[in-house]
Design a protein around this ligand. Structure first.
Ligand SMILES: [Zn+2]
Length: 437
C-alpha cells in the first residue's frame, strides 16, 4: 500500500533510514537460538556445528542413552542427540528473533526470521532477514511495514524474502490488527528500548511470553493492562492481551485479590469460577470466594453449584408452567372428573388436576407430567389402582377414536393388570362417550 497520510509517509521514511541489524544483535541471536545437534542415523552420525563425522564408538554409546549429550571431538560443541530414521545431510531451522527499539517517539518492534542451516561436511551457517516492523505511536495507533506473504497463514516459510518491506494497509481496521504481524518470537534482544509511556505504564524488558507488539499496544491503549502489569497479575494480563480485551473482567474482584496479595495463577480457571459464582448470585467482593487457596477445587465447586442451580431453575420453570395450565385442564376435562370405572380388583379414575399428574409421574417414574400430557385436548389421562389403592398403570385414551393409546406401569412397564384394565375400559367406553357431548 502506498503511504498517503502525513504520518504514514513519516513512518515509511523513518523505516527506510533505520539501521540494519548490528553485529552485537546478530551475535545475540546466534547465542540464544542456535540448536546444537548430533544427527545420528542408522549408519552415519554427524555434528551440525562443524559438519564433522562422529565416531562409531561414540554414537554406539549414544543409542543407549538417548537423553544424554555428546561432545563433538572436532569442534568441542556440546550436542543434543537427534535420532534419525534415515540419513539426511541437510537441515534448516526457522525461528523468530525480535528487537524492541524506539525511533523518533515511536515504539518499534522489528521481527527477523532466523534461519540456521546444518549441512554435513560444513560449518553451520545462519541467515537473518527482517520480515516485519510494527510502529506504534503514543496513542497506540499501529503501522505495519513488512514483506509480503505467500499466503495468510502465519508460518515462517510464507514470508517472501525477496519482496520489499512495504506499508501494509488496514491493520487498524479491527481494534487489533492483523495477527500475522503479532509475532511471538523465540528470542528477544536483551537491550529493550521503550517509549516513555510504556516505561511509565510499568514495562521493563520482560514480555512474559506475550507477543511484544500485542503487549505494548495493549499497555499504550488500555489502563487496565497497565493496572494488571503493575499489580503483577501477569496471568490475567496474558489473558487480557491475548483476547484483545479493553476492560479487565471482574475488576472489582481483582481489586480484592490485590488487596489480599492474592496472585491469580490460572486466569481462565479463575474467570470461569467467577462467571459461575456470578450466575449463582454469590458476593464477588467476598475474599473467601475470589481468593481461594485451592483454585481448581473452588472452580469445580462453583461450576457444580451453578449446574445444580440451573437444573433447579429448569424444574421450577416446568412446574410453574404446569400449574398455570391447571385451570384450563379442569375446565377441559370437567365432564370426566367424577368418572369412576371399576371392578372388584381395579379402580380407574381421571387425573383430577395438575398436582395429580405430578404425583402420578413421580410415583410411576414416567413422563406423564414432564411431557405435559395434561395439555393434550383429545386425550383423557387416567390412573388405574388396585384394591389397596396402589397405582398400577396410567392410561391415555383418545377422545376422538376412543382407543387406548397407551397404558403403562412403573417405568413404562406392563403390569399384571394390563389386559384387565384394557377390557375394563372397553366395556365401559359408552360411559365415556356419553360425557363427550
Ligand atoms: Zn563439531
Amino acid at each position: 500500500m502506498k503511504p498517503r497520510t502525513k504520518e504514514e509517509i513519516l513512518v515509511v521514511n523513518l523505516s527506510r533510514r533505520m539501521a540494519s541489524i548490528s553485529q552485537h544483535q546478530q551475535r545475540y541471536a546466534i547465542q540464544c537460538l542456535t540448536k546444537k545437534n548430533a544427527y545420528i542415523g542408522k549408519r552415519k552420525a554427524w555434528c551440525n556445528m562443524c559438519g564433522g563425522d562422529l565416531e562409531e564408538r561414540n554414537t554406539g554409546n549414544l543409542v543407549d542413552t538417548l537423553t544424554s549429550e555428546i561432545v563433538c571431538p572436532h569442534c568441542g560443541s556440546i550436542l543434543n542427540v537427534q535420532m534419525l530414521q534415515n540419513h539426511r545431510p541437510y537441515f534448516i531451522h526457522n525461528l523468530y528473533y525480535t528487537i524492541v527499539t524506539t525511533c523518533k517517539g515511536y515504539q518499534v518492534i522489528r521481527h527477523f526470521m532466523f534461519k540456521q542451516i546444518d549441512k554435513k561436511g560444513s560449518n553451520v551457517t545462519y541467515q537473518l532477514s527482517e520480515v516485519a516492523q510494527c510502529w506504534q505511536n503514543q496513542r497506540g495507533r499501529e503501522y505495519i511495514i513488512a514483506r509480503s506473504c505467500a499466503s495468510n497463514a502465519m508460518y515462517y516459510d510464507y514470508w517472501l524474502l525477496s519482496s520489499d518491506m512495504t506499508l501494509k494497509g488496514n491493520v487498524n481496521r479491527g481494534y487489533y490488527g492483523d495477527s500475522k504481524y503479532e509475532i511471538n518470537p523465540d528470542a528477544i534482544y536483551s537491550n529493550v528500548k521503550l517509549i516513555p509511556i510504556l516505561k511509565r505504564n510499568g514495562l521493563r524488558n520482560n514480555f512474559y511470553g506475550i507477543a511484544p507488539s500485542a503487549l505494548t499496544k495493549s499497555l499504550i491503549r488500555h489502563n487496565d493492562a497497565e493496572y494488571l502489569l503493575k499489580t503483577r497479575q501477569i496471568e490475567l494480563l496474558k489473558y487480557f492481551v491475548n483476547r484483545d480485551y479493553t476492560k479487565c473482567p471482574f475488576k472489582e474482584s481483582v481489586n480484592i485479590c490485590n488487596r489480599n496479595k492474592y496472585i491469580i495463577e490460572d486466569a481462565s480457571i479463575w474467570i470461569d469460577m467467577m462467571n459461575a459464582l456470578k450466575a449463582i448470585g454469590k458476593d464477588l467482593r467476598n475474599r473467601l470466594y475470589v481468593c481461594p487457596n485451592n483454585l481448581i477445587a473452588a472452580h469445580d465447586n462453583a461450576v457444580i453449584m451453578k449446574r445444580r442451580e440451573e437444573e433447579k431453575k429448569v424444574a421450577e420453570e416446568l412446574r410453574k408452567k404446569a400449574y398455570e395450565a391447571n385451570v384450563s385442564y379442569i375446565s377441559d376435562k370437567n365432564n370426566f372428573l367424577d368418572l369412576i370405572i371399576s371392578n372388584s380388583n381395579i379402580t380407574i379414575r381421571v387425573l383430577q388436576n395438575i398436582k395429580e399428574f405430578e404425583e402420578e409421574g413421580n410415583a410411576m417414574h414416567h413422563c406423564v407430567f414432564a411431557s405435559q400430557y395434561y395439555s393434550k385436548k383429545d386425550s383423557l389421562i387416567m390412573s388405574a389402582r388396585d384394591k389397596n389403592g396402589n397405582r398400577v398403570e396410567t392410561i391415555e385414551l383418545s377422545l376422538k377414536s376412543f382407543n387406548i393409546l397407551q397404558s403403562r406401569g412403573v417405568h413404562n412397564s406392563i403390569s399384571p393388570y394390563h389386559e384387565e384394565i384394557e377390557n375394563l375400559i372397553k366395556n365401559n367406553i359408552d360411559k365415556i362417550k356419553k360425557r363427550c357431548a
